[in-house]
Design a protein around this ligand. Structure first.
Ligand code: ZN
Length: 354
């Protein structure tokens, strides 16, 4: 029964920041308190660092689940960034056995394709069978590039999901309709990803009307940053300035985005960019822990540091960790400082140490 003691850190438990030590015992958190003096197999000094609940990335594309052109290795894209739980958003292959084999904790959203402006659920049906209760939602690609012309396929996807008690995640980066129509079709707890995209009908339209409605309805706004591809950094900045923060920060990491100029792409870079564009530290950590877990209905298992719960945690420094990205509109974000993951613990075991 190994015990790990993380001392002197600024703890983020999913709700607030405070100074404390954290002691694990086997797979669980045993104590969170100041000045813990119990003996441990390993002691880590987290002075001047953040000790957070393990991060939850709700939008990833993993090797073996995503199409072969996109998938990135599950553990290499999560543990070095403090991520201990992921949601594969739009799974098209693999099965329950593969999900159980992965070390990183996981759920999936099956993929509903769109043909001739109608949602098609053939692949989704098969996915729901193959993944069992790990499949908690469907992902729909609502995009002009998929020959979509109006809101019909979203309405069909929402009806399908409601009948099966599934969540809906909508990918939209080039919308044929105002974003507010998408939000209108979604229900509380459904997810709009790439919310600050720079394509047609972006979130800026009509004084952020879509974001306002989403906040009223409880539709979840997911950053889905996607490196320099699906987020317009100026739209993100303007939204933050107007008080419309993303509820969740996710990476949309693929094997294409995993390596980027000025750093290795992952959750910590997304957090660094969010800070660079004006988000506060509390809002950032909420968006990658408790709010992210809640968006997957997993708040009882993931997203919090709590005595008696799984010992999933990570230590972060804000230090010399540069990033330098330019989006499709030519907006550049560049900073020498950024979040860096120093230590990741999953079920009481060290799975990454920098
Ligand atoms: Zn994606």
């Amino acid at each position: 029964m190994a015990r790990i003691l993380v001392k002197n850190g600024r703890v983020w438990d999913g709700k607030s920041f405070f100074f404390a030590d954290v002691l694990t015992n086997d797979k669980l958190i045993e104590k969170i308190a100041p000045n813990i003096t119990d003996s441990a197999n390993y002691v880590f000094d987290a002075k001047k660092k953040i000790v957070s609940a393990g991060l939850v990335d709700i939008h990833v594309h993993l090797k073996g689940l995503a199409s072969d052109a996109f998938g990135v290795g599950a553990e290499i894209s999560s543990f070095p960034f403090g991520v201990t739980a992921v949601n594969d958003a739009g799974s098209v292959q693999g099965d329950r056995a593969l999900l159980d084999y992965l070390l990183v904790k996981n759920t999936v959203f099956v993929c509903a394709s769109i043909r001739q402006n109608h949602a098609n659920f053939d692949a989704a049906e098969k996915g729901l069978e193959r993944y069992g209760d790990k499949a908690i939602g469907i992902k729909v690609y609502f995009d002009k590039s998929e020959n979509v012309c109006d809101i019909t396929p979203i309405k069909e996807a929402c009806a399908y999901a409601k009948n099966r008690n599934l969540k809906v995640m909508v990918h939209c980066t080039l919308s044929p309709t105002p974003m507010v129509e998408i939000v209108n079709a979604l229900s509380e707890g459904d997810i709009l990803t790439h919310v600050f995209h720079g394509g047609e009908n972006s979130c800026l339209f009509n004084n952020f009307e879509a974001l306002k409605l989403a906040k009223e309805k409880g539709v979840i706004l997911d950053l889905g940053l996607a490196g320099n591809v699906h987020t317009d950094f100026l739209n993100f900045k303007k939204s933050v300035e107007a008080g419309f923060l993303p509820d969740v920060i996710s990476t949309d990491i693929t094997c294409l985005s995993a390596f980027k100029r000025g750093g290795r792409y992952g959750m910590t870079m997304c957090m660094s960019i969010a800070k660079h564009l004006g988000m506060g530290e509390e809002d950032i950590f909420k968006a990658v822990t408790s709010s992210a877990a809640k968006s997957l209905d997993k708040e009882n298992e993931w997203g919090y540091l709590k005595v008696g719960k799984s010992a999933d945690l990570a230590v972060f420094d804000y230090t010399n960790e540069p990033f330098d990205l330019t989006d499709k509109s030519g907006n550049r974000v560049k900073n020498d400082l950024g979040y860096k993951c120093i230590l990741t613990i999953l079920d009481g075991q060290i799975v990454y140490k920098n």
